[in-house]
Design a binder for this molecule. Structure first.
Ligand code: FE2
Length: 206
């Protein structure tokens, strides 16, 4: 079974004006799709991966040092997860997640500032992340196609800071893109579901 490009969980016009339909057409329809196509070609040459889940392909590629397979499989997962992290409806954290944010960062605004600083400050291509590690929330970033999936920490929220994520709408203004997404588009309901692993499975396949 080949991996497939998952459908966006909203209409491509739904995130405007913060993220345009044109950005989603290119980012989802071209970039994400290319990772799926490339991964399928690479997996087809490795019989032991027949029928493997996407997360297993990522772990296999890392273990074997297969950079091409790692980058393409991990980028499928990161993008599938990223689309789920966004919502057309402005939300705020509630319940247990809100309590954890208050405990670990002091306030929701303090968390957003930290996520923004990490994501904007990440040199070149990569992803800003909120993860769960040893029972605590942690802000971090991973370079290029790397992912928490390959590091044994629980992914909760991500923001793509590859230039292809923002150049159509924001040109070179990564800080404005990151700030706009964090203030307006985060699906905090999905983030909360990831605390017990229920949400992230939507990004897996196989
Ligand atoms: Fe991307």
């Amino acid at each position: 079974m080949a991996f497939e490009l998952p459908a966006l969980p909203y209409d491509k016009e739904a995130l405007a004006p913060h993220m345009s339909a044109e950005t989603l057409e290119f980012h989802h329809g071209k970039h994400h799709k290319a990772y799926v196509d490339n991964c399928n070609k690479l997996v087809a040459d490795i019989p032991e991966l027949a029928g493997a889940k996407l997360t297993d392909v990522i772990k296999y590629a890392k273990e074997k040092g297969n950079k091409g397979l790692f980058n393409n499989s991990s980028q499928i997962w990161n993008h599938s997860f990223f689309w789920q992290c966004l919502s057309p409806e402005k939300q705020a954290p509630t319940g247990k997640l809100a309590e954890m944010i208050a405990n670990d960062f002091g306030s929701h605004e303090a968390l957003l500032e930290k996520l923004k600083a990490e994501s904007v400050g990440h040199f070149a291509s990569g992803w800003g992340w909120l993860v769960l590690e040893d029972g605590k929330l942690k802000v971090t970033s991973f370079h290029d196609g790397d992912s928490p999936v390959a590091h044994g920490v629980t992914p909760l929220l991500t923001i793509d800071v590859w230039e292809h994520a923002y150049y159509i709408d924001y040109r070179n203004a990564r800080p404005t893109f990151v700030d706009t997404v964090l203030q307006n588009l985060v699906n905090w309901e999905f983030v909360a579901q990831n605390l017990d692993g229920q949400g992230a499975s939507r990004a897996d396949q196989g």
